[in-house]
Ligand binder design. Structure first.
Ligand code: SF4
Length: 330
């Protein structure tokens, strides 16, 4: 990829626990081009959300901190940026839609005020212009009667409405990178489609790049250009979305896809036959052992998987960390 907008290089994030610093994200590298949508998928606890927070300098410190690597936004390493610079980047360059709107919205201001304030800080417009912009954004995210709803406080809106307000706040400054962490989990399918339509508009209008964090491969198949799969704090597979869905190479990725009736080869009228990945993602403290972190859950594990960490194989714009790939070319 020529001149990526964002380049994450060998990122490591650790959390202090019981007097020890435990890595929760290890040796993570990826790139993002302008206008591209990167889907980051994996089960809860695989490191997706903390990776997203790190891009905004929002890893809660203490107990967490970035312990290695670089996050380069157009030549500037954000890991070394001070708080003032990170505050300027948040909203102006990188915005985030969080999973839980009630904890992200300020309960003592109306939603119109919160959107307008964000617009004012960014565009330096008058209060009247910022208020008009807030109403325009509420309309854009599909909130009915936006002139009235702009005067509502967060607790007076439904969960779905609050999520749309969060998206309005994230988009009002026309960021170059929008990070959306499970942005539509609480929304029905129709609203979900509207929100994704909005994201596409943003991309067409200003060439914004999107990082879409989700456990839902169906959403990724619909929205993303590239997909990165994380497991136990590491990237285990990355590639273009079409190839990823058609020909998943890592057993964990195959398992995730097999869980989705619309994407798996399983007949839709036989949901019982859908694959389920046994077990759970290991916690960070359980990752000290050498070998592949997925081995205890992998139906294709070999003897060496338990003792030797799999090396990456890269070809055709794809990257896979699994011994099976090495065997395939041996
Ligand atoms: Fe399974 Fe081994 Fe590949 Fe890990 S390296 S995913 S255990 S086959």
């Amino acid at each position: 990829m020529a001149d990526p907008l964002l380049s994450v290089q060998n990122l490591e994030i650790s959390f202090l626990s019981g007097g020890e610093e435990i890595p929760v994200v290890r040796d993570l590298s990826f790139e993002l081009a302008a206008g591209q949508t990167l889907g980051i998928v994996g089960e809860s606890g695989c490191g997706k959300s903390v990776t997203a927070l790190s891009l905004l300098g929002l890893v809660p410190n203490p107990p967490g901190r970035i312990t290695g690597g670089r996050i380069v936004l157009e030549g500037e390493d954000l890991v070394r940026a001070d708080e003032d610079r990170l505050t300027a980047i948040r909203g102006n360059d990188i915005s985030m839609v969080f999973q839980e709107p009630m904890t992200s919205l300020n309960p003592v201001y109306t939603v119109g005020e919160q959107i307008a304030e964000t617009a004012r800080a960014h565009f330096r417009t008058s209060r009247v212009e910022a208020w008009d912009r807030a109403i325009e954004m509420l309309r854009l995210v599909g909130i009915p009667s936006p002139e009235e709803r702009a005067h509502a406080y967060p607790h007076q809106l439904s969960g779905g409405m609050r999520q749309r307000v969060m998206i309005a706040i994230a988009l009002v400054c026309e960021p170059r990178i929008l990070i959306a962490d499970e942005p539509t989990t609480a929304l029905d399918v129709t609203v979900q489609a509207q929100i994704f339509g909005l994201f596409r508009e943003l991309q067409n209008k200003i060439g914004a790049a999107i990082i879409l964090i989700t456990h839902d491969i169906g959403v990724v198949a619909q929205m993303a250009d590239r997909v990165m799969v994380m497991y136990a704090g590491r990237k285990i597979e990355e590639g273009p979305v079409g190839a990823f869905i058609r020909d998943p190479r890592h057993p964990y990725t195959s398992g995730l896809i097999s869980c989705i009736p619309q994407l798996s080869a399983t007949p839709e009228d036989d949901p019982e036959a859908l694959f389920e990945i046994p077990g759970v993602v290991p916690g960070p403290r359980e990752l000290g052992a050498p070998g592949c972190a997925f081995a205890p859950r992998c139906h294709r594990a070999m003897t060496r998987c338990a003792t030797q960490p799999p090396l990456d194989r890269r070809d055709d714009g794809r990257q896979v960390a699994c011994w099976l790939e090495r065997e395939a070319v041996a």
